[in-house]
Ligand binder design. Structure first.
Ligand code: ATP
Length: 322
């Protein structure tokens, strides 16, 4: 994703509800004008993360920044830049779409003389033209969801946060809402939660996988360039001090992550390697290096690099729970 600036940043955010640790040191970023998916099974902590990120719930600890503005220090400036569609959007059923959006614009301090044009623009963007004068209580679920998304757009925030925006919609409505999310992501940062891997794969530039309140993976899905990444989990019979600098010297190695363990004569690492056409594969480069060092390889497992592997592993783990 290269040069793109990060707009949202969570730093070691934790949230407890009494004894329940809903978020544990969650850190991730969302780049400017990109669509980021927060993926996780039920109870992973998605709603909590979004409520905390949007300032609706205070975190127990950690920092949340938007364009460098700290939510705790400057909550008003922060909240002006973020629009939120919660799981249950607070729509006033007796209001028309237009009246409701006008009301939200006032709440969000849009200049009075700019409200009418702003509401019309949002109505157009969200495909609400046909129902602009209908009361919200009479709308289909699809249109209600559009109205909820429209309300999140009032005041032109640079970040839009949507909690499970396609849940409960029929298949046609799902396609339409996804199309709308795609359009929104062209001009602002969109962060949305989902328990559907396929949805995240279709829509997102980046995915953050939450599992039991922790970020278990953050990955870019549309990396520029043609290089594929391979992750190799290794146990090597050599101490870290000696080995780590040499691992970094391999042309294919981008990152070396170390894992805690108790044997000083071993290194437990994950190597993030670039697979470059025409170059020896990372495993071959590693074998050659370790042979030269006389450091036997005790374990070599390619980690499931794909989003599907990671998510399925997390889900499978969830299934054996009582
Ligand atoms: P879902 O998709 O089911 O909404 P989620 O990924 O959004 O799940 P959260 O709703 O954030 O997950 O819940 C994370 C954990 O925190 C769960 O164990 C949940 O039971 C717990 N939790 C959520 N809200 C509260 C609360 N108000 N009080 C106590 N525990 C809560």
């Amino acid at each position: 994703m290269g040069e793109v600036r990060d707009v949202i940043e969570l730093r070691q955010v934790s949230k407890r509800y009494g004894r329940v640790e809903a978020l544990r040191e969650v850190s991730f970023t969302a780049p400017e004008k990109r669509i980021v998916g927060l993926l996780g099974v039920n109870g992973a902590g998605k709603t909590t993360a979004l409520n905390v990120l949007t300032g609706c719930l205070p975190p127990t600890s950690g920092e949340i920044l938007l364009d460098g503005i700290d939510l705790m220090r400057e909550p008003r400036a922060f909240k002006r830049r973020i629009g939120y569609l919660p799981e249950k959007p607070p729509l006033y059923d007796e209001m028309t779409v237009r009246a409701y959006l006008t009301f939200v614009c006032r709440l969000r301090e849009v200049a009075r003389n700019a409200v009418a044009a702003h509401v019309e623009e949002i109505i157009g963007l969200c495909g609400l033209g046909e129902v602009r004068d209908r009361v919200l209580g009479h709308l289909s679920k699809g249109y209600r969801q559009r109205a909820g998304i429209a309300s999140a757009l009032c005041g032109s925030p640079s970040v839009i946060v949507l909690d499970e925006p396609t849940v409960g919609l029929d298949p046609r409505q799902v396609v339409e809402i996804r199309e709308l999310i795609r359009t929104l992501g062209e001009t602002r940062t969109v962060l949305f939660s989902s328990h559907l891997l396929s949805e995240v794969q279709q829509l997102c530039d980046r995915v953050v996988i939450l599992h039991r309140g922790r970020v278990i993976r953050e990955m870019d899905l549309r990396e520029s360039g043609e290089q594929e990444t391979l992750r190799l989990r290794c146990v090597i019979a050599a101490g870290e001090k000696q080995l780590l600098p040499t691992l970094h010297s391999l042309p294919c190695v981008r990152r070396v992550l170390t894992h805690p363990h108790e044997r000083p004569d071993e290194s437990h690492v994950t190597l993030e390697c670039a697979v470059t056409p025409g170059q020896p594969e990372p495993q071959a480069q590693l074998f050659r290096l370790l042979t030269a060092l006389d450091a036997p390889l005790r374990l070599l497992v390619p980690e499931g690099g794909s989003l599907e592997d990671v998510f399925l592993r997390a889900t499978a783990e969830e299934e054996v729970l009582p």
